[in-house]
Write a protein that binds this ligand. Sequence first.
Ligand SMILES: Cc1ncc(COP(=O)(O)O)c(C=O)c1O
Length: 444
Amino acid sequence: MTTLAEARAELLGRTTRSQAIADERAEILNSGLAANLEMPHPIFIERGEGAYVWDADGNRYIDTSVGFGLHMLGHRHPEIEAAIKARSELGWMFGIHTTSQMKLAALLHEASPCAERVVFCNSGTEATMYAIRAARGFSGREKIALFDGAYHGAHDWGMWVTDPSSPRDVPGKLPMGRGIPRALADLVMLLPYRNPAAFNHIRANAGELALVMVEGVQSSNPQPGAGEFLRELAAVCRASGVLFAIDEVITGFRVAYGGAQQRFGVTPDLATYGKVLGGGLPIGAVTGRADLMEVFTGLGARNGIFSGGTFSGNPLTMEAGAAAVGHLKAHPEIYPRLDAAGDRLADAVNGFCQARQIPAQMKNVGSMFHMFFQRAPLESMRDVTAANTAAEKAFYLHALNRGVLVPGTQRAFLSAAHGPAEVDRLIEVFQASLADVQAEGLFA
Ligand SMILES: Cc1ncc(COP(=O)(O)O)c(C=O)c1O
């Protein structure tokens, strides 16, 4: 058994360069770094290859962040690297249209079930912001509805979290930090996730709602049953005359080649993309019904909205994305293999927790997974308790010390580069780390 203090001391001894970078950084850079463990400093990554990353001190880790979910093929995939190199030799940024856009547009058009038209932007945040604007422009309505526990990016429209004191069926909302105008609150409704009360709210507010947006699978709470709720939600929106968008920024090209739409058999009016679509470079995209997407044709168009951006559709991203998506299209066997790997990991961790009476569980939908430190069932983020925060932080520190990196957001992923040996090692490390936390009596 390793105690938490021993694990921390080992990790500190091996990461002195990261410590020096952290000290230097604190003088200049204000941005916070999300952490799921308690260390005097974070580790800084220098390079990545396949399923692995190396930190500034040269320590190797199995990476379960894979760029916050975007490296579906692992780090430095040779086809993506070759595409980036080839494009860079021709110049990489022109602003005006290039010959590189059509390849990726055609791939996305074919892969996304709702995509009669495609618009590129530069991040998932931009994509959901544009989808909201498009729905408002098209419908002439201003209110939108999002779900309890969702994340759709950093723009003001998405910065609302559930007020924990509000009733389950009628979630109240609080701004996520300061700087979000209170006036916007009246235009955003929060709906309860995986709860039929949401359908009644949509029906009751149908005349005012421009859009209902939902993640294909909530990354904060990946539930195997996400599809049933999605299908019913789509039907309620359709019957109520409210536009419906699936945010596929994480699920697109991950839970299936055609994303949550394909996996769960549901076609929304709009879908938003990012992450995997860009092959590791910044990207966002909106796809949808042709009549609705017409709003993007410009301010002169019927119901036209403004969209645009210096880097939108830039050739380097387009080529990297086309290489990544093209590879996924040519290798459909990746998806069942990754689904089985994700299930094997979750089954092994959950079986271990049950056998040892450890109050923890892993939730997964295929290759996206998330650990929760409680035994109680989790329908939505409302059910997550903070009772085992100390155990949770200790677990992630033990895992890091054993060479497994789980991102501070706790949203973890496998990539096609994670083979059976990496999954075996993840199981070993997670089980050993849970056992250490239990042996030290850190679970409540
Ligand atoms: C479902 C979802 N939508 C939107 C975003 C925002 O994407 P980006 O970070 O590229 O702005 C994220 C980011 O994690 C996401 O998970």
